[in-house]
Design a protein around this ligand. Structure first.
Ligand SMILES: [Ca+2]
Length: 390
């Protein structure tokens, strides 16, 4: 290690190392809009397809449809698929290795009228061929039931579910093209929720008085990435959100309990707003993703991307020495750009550099680390890839 590197803090020293070379393998193909991936402690890859449901890829390579539409081991008659919505994120209980074989799925459901998004808890059987004990731990995440001037039904549902290192479940939701939803502290849309395994509010959410106590942060547009700063870095464990901007200003934001992300697409004097939704009107000044005039205390983004090929979706902090210079950096999918960006963050969590991962162009929906720390991705071409650094 040279002198310059030795002067860097320990967490940053690795960032002076070169980028890894990548080897890519197509693990599965021919899938229908794969959306989420999660691994169990015993090496089963769980994945969702938006209009079909949840499946498992077993250690011997067989694929089993566990939960969803007809043909699944357990059929969910209330599940439906519309526009951007359907089955989204999948999370595995952090105590899975200790025998708590619960998994958590985000999905659109017609159990209520009008329809809602839900987080459903299921128990995976010993050989990962079926599920049981369905309990809907969150039933009232906002869903866009009808088209309006801003777009089609089913838009902006969010859909991520991730356990944080604090042991609580983080759930993202979207604004449904509903102007009042992001700043409405009574409704679960345009929010990041933080709950116990039973769906009840986690302690320490710091929700503003009168708000639904499950709300961790609010004022979001459509969070499709949640990831946690790795151990050994400043702010280790802090959740970060990645979200699409409208026609500008994709944002990565470090989240703080009770924080307002500053999205408020209602009543913008001077803008033409179909069905009173101003989200697609104006520009970064007149319709900002983070409105610090209306909300001076709003959480400031770590990274704002205004370049071409935006369409930010999911994000992942990479961890592990084998990732060399990328150990501790954040991957962010840019769907329209069909690339994955690599962000370097400073001690405060602000981006100080970005690069592009050397992989074929595609719209990436999922980014997770699997067994051994390898990277797994899912894309809109219906494939799941394994990416190994060397
Ligand atoms: Ca914001």
């Amino acid at each position: 290690m040279g002198l310059a590197a030795s002067l860097l803090p320990a967490w940053a020293a690795a960032q002076s190392d070169p980028a890894p070379k990548l080897t890519r393998t197509v693990v599965l193909s021919g899938l229908q809009n794969p959306w989420g991936i999660a691994f169990t402690a015993d090496g089963v890859m769980l994945f969702t397809e938006k209009c079909r449901g949840l499946s498992a890829r077993l250690a011997d390579g067989r694929t089993v449809r566990l939960f969803g539409t007809s043909g699944s081991a357990v059929v969910a008659p209330d599940l439906f698929c519309q526009g951007q919505s359907g089955v989204h994120g999948i999370a595995v209980d952090p105590d899975f290795a200790k025998g708590k074989r619960d998994i958590y799925v985000f999905m659109a459901s017609r159990l209520h009228t009008p329809a809602t998004n839900r987080v459903v808890r299921l128990t995976l059987n010993a050989d990962a061929t079926t599920v049981s004990n369905r309990i809907d731990i969150i039933e009232d995440i906002a869903y866009k039931n009808a088209a309006n001037g801003a777009g089609a039904a089913g838009a902006h549902s969010g859909g991520q579910v991730h356990f944080g290192p604090d042991g609580f479940l983080y759930v993202s939701s979207g604004d449904n093209h509903d102007a009042t939803l992001p700043q409405d502290l009574k409704r679960l849309g345009g929010k990041v929720l933080r709950v116990n395994r039973d769906g009840k509010a986690a302690p320490g959410n710091n929700t503003p008085a009168g708000g639904d106590p499950r709300i961790f942060t609010y004022g979001h547009r459509n969070v499709q990435g949640i990831t946690f700063r790795p151990a050994g870095q400043p702010g280790a464990g802090q959740p970060f959100a990645a979200e699409h901007g409208p026609n500008h200003s994709d944002e990565v934001t470090a989240l703080v309990a009770g924080g307002n992300a500053g999205w408020d697409p209602q009543k913008r004097p001077g803008l033409r707003c179909p069905d009173d939704y101003c989200g697609y009107a104006g520009d970064p000044t007149t319709m900002p993703m983070t409105d610090t005039q209306r909300f001076p205390q709003a959480m400031r983004p770590s990274w704002i991307y205004n370049g071409s090929g935006r369409g930010m979706s999911t994000a992942l902090f990479l961890a592990g020495e084998q990732w060399k210079g990328w150990n501790g950096r954040m991957l962010v999918s840019m769907m329209r750009g069909q690339r994955i960006a690599v962000l370097q963050l400073d001690a405060r969590g602000m981006a100080v550099g970005d690069a592009t991962v050397d992989l074929p162009a595609t719209r990436t929906r999922a980014l997770v680390q699997g067994p051994g720390g390898d990277l797994y991705t899912a894309n809109d071409d219906g494939e799941i890839w394994r990416v190994v650094p060397n």
